[in-house]
Each structure stands twice: as C-alpha cells, then as structure tokens.
Design a protein around this ligand. Structure first.
Ligand code: BJW
Length: 234
C-alpha cells in the first residue's frame, strides 16, 4: 500500500511525543488532565475565570517540553517525508516534529507562541507583571498561549491545508491519537469516503480502530522507524 507514488497523510497526536517524555492528555494516571478537568484549563472561559492558574499550567508545560527532545518516531516521520509524498498534520502543540526537521500543519497551534487574548495577534514582546500573566504591549490585554482551546475554531490556513491534503490522499495514517477530538477525528472517515486506505498506529484501540485497513498496535517510536526503514530500503 505504501510503496511508490502513494500520497500519504499522517495525522499525529500526543502518543507520538509520549516517548520524549511529554504527557498525553487522557492517560488516567500521567496525562495532562489526570488531576484537572480539561474544561478547567483548555478553554477561553477557564482563562477568563483564572488567567493566572491557566497561564502557570502552560508555562510549566513550556518548561517540560523545552527540556525534552524528539524521539525515534518523529525522526522516522521526517525521513519518510524527505523521501516520499507525506503530509504531516499534527495536533501536537509541542513543536517536536518541527525540531526533528519535519514540515507540519499545526492543527491545534503552538504552545510557544504568545497571543493577545483580545485581538489574537502574535506577540514578539510582552509586558511582565508579577503574579499574573504578561500583558499585550499594544492593548494591555492578557497574553495567552497560541493553542486552540475547546470551542475555538481551527486556524483557517491549517484547516484549509489539512482538508486539501485529506481530499487528495491515497493513504491516511493516524498515529498516537485517541481520535476523540473533532474536527481532526473526522479526517480518517473523510479520507475513507474518498476511497483512501486507513492505517492506525496506537497500542490502544480507539473509536476508529474498527475502520482501519491495518492496525499497528505498537508504540509510535517502535512502529514508525520499522515501517519507514522497510519502505525506504526497497
Ligand atoms: C501512543 C503512545 C505511543 C500513548 N505511541 N500511541 C463534533 C462532534 C462532537 C464534538 C465536536 C465536534 N466538533 C467540534 C466539537 C467540539 C470539540 C470536541 O471535539 N469535543 C470532543 C472532546 C467531544 N472540538 C472543538 O472544540 C474544536 N474546535 C472546533 O471544532 O471549532 C468549531 C466549533 C466552534 C465552536 C463550537 C463548536 C465547534 C477545537 C479542539 C481543540 C483541541 N485542543 C486541545 C488542547 C490544545 C491546547 C493544549 O495543549 O492545552 O488539543 S484538546 C487536546 O486533545 C489537544 C490534543 O491535540 C487533542 C487530541 O488529543 P490526542 O492527541 O488524541 O491525545 P490523547 O491523550 O487523547 O490520546 C493519546 C493517544 O496516544 C491514546 O490513544 C494512547 O493510546 C496513544 N498513545 N502512548 C502511540 N508511545
């Protein structure tokens, strides 16, 4: 299936970065949301309610991710992309695929970008105030992270790129995502409707597992290097 001129789309989720030491979201013991409810952290309402708490959570994640490195799964995807027609849509906001040299569509934004909460402009400088999130130098609004929270639209350019890639792919590969969050979780079925084949890489089953033409029930950092080595050595 994956040989030759196949146009391949890879949709990545938090499981791809797990081996780097970045917690996934929904793992009951170690996930980001093991001790918080997502709606208390990853919504604009949560930020308005308690900006300092939400900002501190994102700062601690910036710190964690700043100290880790891409893993063998990211490296394998980059090698694959350099040799074949592979589009990577990542839901991950950690920038690790980019640090591994990959080109990605950032579907849920980027943790390291500062945005003005009111006007959504990207900020290169911010004003620091002790005990609260920094403020926008233009309008004094709070600064927020450049990620997509629940209830917010996917950035237009990311949605357009992803839809175009999904509409034109022969193979759709979902790796390390629970396939619970829309609209990303709808792409596999959209690709299937257009006649593409669907491969899922995840040690655990997801709501989409039964639709997969092939399931690799293995961690991404094991399955991806093995797959890409086999493909590129032919
Ligand atoms: C391994 C592994 C290893 C472990 N190897 N695998 C249609 C139906 C129902 C609801 C909706 C719908 N359309 C929209 C909605 C609402 C909502 C939604 O989807 N809700 C659902 C929860 C029901 N979606 C939205 O609000 C989206 N916006 C939108 O649609 O706009 C239009 C709109 C506007 C207004 C109203 C309604 C619609 C935006 C979604 C934004 C998601 N944002 C987050 C947070 C980002 C910021 C942050 O980082 O803090 O993005 S949520 C969080 O989930 C994060 C992730 O990108 C995303 C997906 O998680 P992911 O990557 O799948 O991680 P996990 O933890 O869930 O799973 C990890 C997997 O890895 C597991 O399966 C493990 O088994 C596996 N794994 N180790 C391989 N080594």
């Amino acid at each position: 299936m994956l040989q030759g001129q196949a146009r391949i789309v890879v949709l990545a989720g938090a499981g791809l970065s797990a081996a780097s030491g970045v917690p996934t979201f929904r793992d009951a013991q170690t996930g980001h949301w093991a001790t918080f409810r997502p709606e208390d952290l990853a919504t604009s309402e949560a930020f308005m309610r308690d900006p300092q708490m939400v900002w501190r959570w994102y700062l601690s994640r910036r710190e964690t991710i700043g100290q880790v490195s891409p893993n063998a799964g990211h490296d394998a995807l980059t090698r694959w992309q350099r040799e074949r027609d592979v589009t990577i849509i990542t839901q991950n906001v950690d920038g690790l695929q980019q640090r591994a040299g990959g080109t990605v569509t950032e579907f849920h934004g980027n943790l390291f970008v500062d945005l003005c909460f009111e006007e959504h402009r990207v900020l290169s400088a911010t004003e620091q105030h002790p005990g609260e999130p920094p403020r926008c130098v233009h309008c004094d609004a709070y600064v927020r992270p450049g990620v997509v929270w629940f209830g917010e639209n996917i950035p237009t350019h990311a949605m357009r790129e992803a839809e175009h890639a999904v509409d034109h792919c022969d193979i759709f590969v979902s790796v390390g995502t629970s396939s619970l969050v829309y609209p990303a979780a709808g792409f596999a079925e959209a690709a299937l409707r257009r006649g593409a084949r669907f491969i899922e890489i995840n040690p655990e089953e997801t709501p989409l597992s039964s639709l997969a033409d092939h399931r690799l029930a293995e961690p991404a950092q094991i399955a991806l290097p093995a797959l890409v080595d086999a493909l590129l050595s032919r």
